[in-house]
Design a protein around this ligand. Structure first.
Ligand code: SAH
Length: 393
């Protein structure tokens, strides 16, 4: 077994069970991509077993802090079973469920979503890549499912020196699927959709949106960055009279239209706008439009804390425009999925947007990712999605 020796004082974060070792912390030692290594403190004492990644800034990701544990097929079987058992206990109101959420489930770099009878997985780190076949087999065995689609085509694989890869790892057939979320039918495509096919992390917030649209009697709804229209269907389920969905992806809007139809809602009451959100908000303001509810669920503007300042301006801009477009008493659901922007900073950004817009609001609720996307105590970096439900004064 190869060993990685850390520089003096660099053992602290592993001792606190944080799973990452950065390049600058390594004193000596090396291994092949994904190979299991023994991570040692400067004095040679055991810290963790981890997967080495020769090209990544995150040079080692810890698999286990238990010296007696062997990183083998049984290890992955145990971790996968534990992750899946947690989801079973959560009684999630959907057959679309995130089964494995990377570091939070003790499986750095591995994402697995279940869409009814099909698994969709991303192997995003050298370690996950190395154990890909074992993990795929174990996943099918534990869930009893025969189909696993691989979506290892995310840009972050480049940081690990890995090529993009996508296709069936187990099984075959149509990649277009349907899930039932809160009783709504939603179509998705594991091959062509974003990420693994769908954004499961917003599941609970979509239901909350439907409830608030109904409670507050929101008639005209604007869903910005709609993707396949999850929040649009929620708005219609909550009794909205008209819903405009805005996204820069034409296929996503096509899916959104089908999702509205699938649930028996009137597409004539809906608009699907293929455009840039910022521009659409400006145009709507110029035209004197207003809305009773607006959703802002943009892509990650800040991939890391280094981009936080520029991203803050972008978030502030869209929030300012949206707050201005809200009718009095209207509802804004605003989100950031940037890891580099914490909940507190996001709140400040929205406060600044309100000040610039001359609009105040009540914070009804702070929002976060659904519980099948857990954060652990030792890995706060895992917390990425934060949002606010605001009612305009
Ligand atoms: N709210 C969605 C998920 C949104 S993901 C849901 O509940 O499923 C972010 C979306 O923003 C993507 O669909 C992407 O196509 C879209 N997007 C990215 N940049 C955009 C822009 N400048 N204008 C409009 N849409 C954009």
């Amino acid at each position: 077994m190869k060993a990685i020796r850390l520089r003096a004082g660099k053992e602290r974060s592993l001792l606190r069970r944080h799973p990452w070792v950065f390049q600058g912390s390594v004193d000596k030692g090396g291994a092949d991509g994904g190979e299991t290594v023994r991570i040692e403190a400067h004095d040679g004492s055991f810290l963790a077993w981890g997967a080495f990644s020769p090209r990544s800034q995150i040079r080692v990701r810890a698999w286990s802090f238990d010296e007696t544990e062997r990183i083998d097929e049984h290890f992955f079987d145990r971790r996968l079973r534990a992750a899946i058992a947690l989801r079973e206990r959560l009684a999630i109101a959907s057959d679309g469920v995130r089964l494995v959420h990377g570091e939070a489930d003790g499986l750095p770099g591995l994402i697995v979503d279940r869409y009814r009878d099909t698994l969709s997985a991303q192997f995003l780190s050298a370690g996950a890549e190395r154990w890909r076949v074992v993990i795929g087999e174990r996943l099918c065995a534990i869930t009893g499912l025969a189909r696993l689609y691989e979506r290892s085509d995310s840009g972050v694989r480049g940081l690990e020196g890995l090529e993009p890869r996508a296709g069936w790892l187990h099984g075959e057939g149509a990649t277009e699927l349907e899930i039932t979320e809160h009783g709504w039918s939603l179509g998705l495509d594991v091959a062509k959709g974003h990420k693994t096919g769908y954004y499961l992390d917003q599941r609970d917030n979509r239901r909350r949106f439907a409830e608030l649209v109904r409670q507050l009697g929101c008639g005209r709804v604007l869903n910005c960055y709609s993707y396949s229209g999850g929040f649009s269907v929620a708005a219609l389920a909550g009794g909205a009279r008209s819903v405009a969905s805005v996204d820069s992806s034409a296929p996503a809007l096509e899916q959104a239209r089908r999702n509205v139809q699938r649930n028996g809602f009137d597409v004539a009451a809906c608009e699907f706008i293929d455009a840039d959100v910022n521009q659409t908000l400006r145009d709507a303001l110029k035209a004197g439009h207003s809305f009773d509810a607006i959703v802002l669920d943009p892509p990650k503007f800040a991939p890391s804390a280094a981009h936080a300042e520029r991203a803050s301006r972008a978030y502030k801009d869209i929030n300012r425009l949206a707050l201005k477009l809200l009718s009095p008493g209207g509802l804004l659901l605003t989100f950031s999925c940037s890891g580099g922007i914490g909940a507190e900073l996001f709140h400040k950004i929205v406060a600044g947007a309100g000040l610039d817009a001359g609009v105040d609001g009540f914070i009804l609720q702070r929002l976060e990712a659904s519980p099948d996307h857990p954060t652990t105590i030792c890995f706060p970096e895992g917390e990425y999605l934060k949002g606010l439900a605001i009612v305009r004064r």
